[in-house]
Design a protein around this ligand. Structure first.
Ligand SMILES: C[S@@+](CC[C@H](N)C(=O)[O-])C[C@H]1O[C@@H](n2cnc3c(N)ncnc32)[C@H](O)[C@@H]1O
Length: 348
């Protein structure tokens, strides 16, 4: 085997991949026919070999402009993608909370190249994007939501629909708002069932409401730790909630109601949730009701309320509650100093 030749006037792997990162339509074409895009963009020979054979080490060396290790003797699977044993595939993508700006190039590319795009989004901009990208294959799953019906029945129907498209041999894309794996049982369940039957099925990450919250409220989950819990689960399960850490409560605007409503939810359980929160964090402790902006140029809705004053009127189905820590963390000084991570200033 000869060492890869890195001297070329063509486009380097670094340039090629950076171009695909910002050109979703080229990425879509690459997903369907990598060779033609590689040729059209004039990717150099080392980049071409490393990329088409999925030689990860050599890709890093090319990207970091290091000397390149000779190609392996035996070729790996082309492009490093583990193909399923069956025809038909599933790719689940997220549209972000604010479609304009939060839709990834990869999500756009998959929506473009799929035979069918099944979607459940609440933002008309996201729906317009999906239908424009794939006019022939776009189909809304929102019709499975029925007023006052248990949401788990809706989810089961969605899973069956997704699985049947893949089994019919279609390259299927499912687009859900936010991150498609957060509070998205149908996506995870469809992937589980399809993989069990030998189909290729995967999920790509998206921008979630929690991601927006960290950015908009300026909180870093690394500082004190952060518990992220669904509101009804917080209420119904015996959990040890740590008041030295922040708490993010999802679906506070639907707490205690497992049916679907297009408008407001029945919030009889809301005072119980607020009372449990008060027991852990204290009634006078101030929490933030948060709603990320969906449209460009809009500001998020941020309302600060003492836990004892929280009422159902403070929330909507799109609200997430952020509770900062109310107790100080206690450092294990003995362990920290043994590890050299703590110096007692009083001894200086
Ligand atoms: C079914 S979950 C969907 C979560 C979504 N997949 C994600 O990645 O953010 C619905 C919950 O997400 C949160 N959520 C949705 N939209 C939001 C927004 N614009 N701002 C804040 N939280 C939001 C709320 O807690 C809401 O009850």
């Amino acid at each position: 085997m000869t060492a890869p030749n890195t001297a070329s006037a063509d486009v380097s792997l670094r340039q090629f991949l950076s171009r695909l990162s910002v050109e979703p339509m080229a990425l879509a074409e690459f997903l369907q026919d990598p060779r033609s895009v590689i040729k059209r963009f004039a990717l150099d020979e080392p980049g071409r070999t490393a990329l088409t054979h999925g030689y990860e080490l050599q890709m890093w060396e090319l990207l970091l402009r290091l000397p390149v290790t000779p190609w392996p003797e035996a070729d790996g699977a082309a492009n490093g993608q583990a193909a399923g044993s069956q025809h038909g595939s599933l790719t689940v993508v997220g549209t972000g909370i604010r479609t304009l700006g939060q839709l990834t190039a990869e999500a756009i590319a998959w929506m473009k190249v799929s035979d069918t795009v099944l979607y459940a989004v609440v933002d008309p901009v996201a729906e317009e994007v999906i239908r424009t990208l794939n006019p022939a294959g776009a189909l809304s799953l929102m019709g499975y939501y029925v007023e006052n019906m248990a949401r788990d029945l809706t989810y089961e129907a969605m899973v069956n629909h997704i699985v049947s498209c893949v089994k019919a041999g279609q390259r299927t894309c499912v687009a859900l708002y936010g991150h498609p794996g957060i509070f998205a049982y149908p996506a995870h369940e469809a992937i589980r069932r399809l993989r069990r039957e030998g189909f290729q099925a995967r999920m790509l990450p998206g921008v979630s409401a929690e991601d927006c919250l960290f950015a908009d409220l300026g909180v870093d989950p690394a500082r004190t730790g952060c518990q992220s819990i669904e509101a009804s689960h917080f209420l119904l399960f015996d959990k040890t909630i740590d008041a030295t850490s922040a708490l993010i409560l999802w679906q506070v605007g639907a707490v205690g109601d497992n049916t679907y409503h297009s408008g407001r939810y029945k919030l009889d359980a809301f005072p119980l949730m607020a009372s449990k929160l008060s027991d852990v964090y204290g009634g006078s402790h101030v929490a933030t009701v948060y709603e990320a902006a969906i449209l460009p140029g809009m500001v998020p809705r941020v309302k600060q309320v003492a836990i004892e004053n929280l009422t159902p009127d403070d929330v909507t189905p799109a609200s997430t509650l952020y509770v900062p820590p109310s107790k100080r963390r206690v450092l294990n000084r003995e362990l920290a100093s043994r590890l050299g991570l703590y110096r007692d200033r009083r001894k200086r």
